[in-house]
Write a new protein. Structure first.
Length: 370
């Protein structure tokens, strides 16, 4: 076997920063934490992040679906797993058998879970999902007083928690304040803290920007990975992922020479062009082309010129004093991913979850088992 070639692009994941951000989430909210690790822990490595946080007294891991729950459970993590999205019928037997926690949006799925749990000789703990404005899942508030007794009559399930979701906590403060009030009112009408062991509403923005006293559980995702969705809180968080690559070539081009597909960039002067081993095939978005995007090399910011290609990008390295093999930061500690996302016309969540499997994830410090 030939020696493996070193990766062209990799992502360094700082697990101490992750733990720091978790501590901040707890401190600010005063709540227990459901760590949201859907989509491969926002691209940070599902098993690695779950194993790291499993030793940190997390109440639940929030996952998108059964496939993700399975991966975490199979990695030996015993923290409770909460399914943020709906389940297919065919998946429910496994949910019951492995005691994962679904959120309920319909009476039919509740009945099905109840039947399966009864057959399995257990009562499955479930949460009641309430739609207070997201429009994606849950029961609308009006039906709840009628629905809860029907759910409680099902012998195979136990409604131990109630949750809702915030659609605009980072965009609309008035709506969100009102949503907090309405949620607290609904929970109160249904029996409040005495009735529900878990009451939860907030994502990162709700956690950072609002009073979470109606709740005892929060569901942060993005902030755990070091990015604040609200201005004014970034300073308290530490960056977790740094996307890196290396300079693969350095060339001198004369004035008037096109760079990359479509020749959208043409040199105006003799230009030192550094080629870097990353592209949209790694999840560095093509929509960053011709947007004044920068990368960081040796502490200097250098502009990306011409279009992002599948495996390579070019930067203007004139007088930058850099060399082949130099490390390049595409985003991370020195250039935040939300700055990049704004340039690409998208959000940090999409950039992070879009980093492809070709990018090697390197976790520091090394993960030890608990
Ligand atoms: C993804 C998700 C979260 C986490 O959201 P962030 O904005 O990343 O903190 C919380 N709750 C639900 C229901 C989600 O789907």
């Amino acid at each position: 076997m030939p020696a493996p070639s070193p990766p062209r692009a990799w992502a360094e994941i700082d697990l101490d920063a992750l733990r720091h951000n978790l501590a901040i989430a707890r401190e600010i909210s005063g709540c227990r934490v459901m760590a949201v690790v859907k989509a491969g822990a926002y691209g940070h490595g599902l098993e690695e992040i779950a194993r790291t946080l499993a030793g940190e007294e997390i109440a639940f891991f929030g996952v998108a679906n059964v496939g993700e729950a399975r991966r975490i459970a199979d990695a030996g993590v015993t923290t409770r797993l909460y399914l943020l999205g709906a389940t297919w019928e065919a998946e429910r037997a496994e949910v019951v058998a492995r005691r994962w926690t679904p959120c309920l949006s319909s009476l039919e799925e509740a009945r099905h879970f109840s039947e399966l749990a009864t057959a399995d000789g257990t009562r499955l703990k479930c949460h009641l999902a309430v739609d207070t404005g997201m429009g994606r899942g849950g029961f609308v508030p009006d039906v709840l007083p009628g629905i809860l007794p029907q759910l409680e009559a099902l012998g195979g399930i136990e409604i131990e928690g109630i949750g809702s979701h915030l659609p605009s906590a980072d965009e609309d403060e008035t709506f969100t304040r009102d949503q907090f009030e309405r949620f607290a009112e609904i929970v109160g009408q249904l029996g409040g803290r005495e009735r529900f062991e878990w009451i939860h509403l907030s994502n990162s923005a709700g956690l950072l920007g609002y009073d979470n006293s109606p709740c005892n559980l929060v569901r942060p995702g993005l902030m755990l990975y070091g990015i604040s969705p609200l201005p004014g809180h970034q300073d308290r968080l530490r960056n977790v992922m740094s996307l890196k690559s290396r300079v693969t070539l350095i060339r001198e081009l004369p004035a008037g020479h096109g760079v990359s597909y479509g020749r959208t960039f043409v040199t105006r002067r003799p230009t030192t062009v550094a080629t870097i081993g990353i592209g949209y095939g790694d999840g560095y978005p093509r929509s960053l082309s011709d947007k004044g995007t920068e990368v960081v090399v040796g502490g200097k910011r250098l502009p990306v010129i011409g279009r992002v290609t599948m495996d390579q990008i070019m930067v203007d390295a004139t007088d930058a004093g850099i060399a082949v093999g130099d490390e390049v930061e595409l985003f991370g500690t020195n250039l935040r991913v939300d700055e990049l996302a704004a340039k690409a016309g998208t959000i940090a969540w999409e950039i992070l979850t879009g980093i492809t499997p070709r990018v090697t994830r390197v976790h520091h410090p090394l993960i030890t088992d608990h």
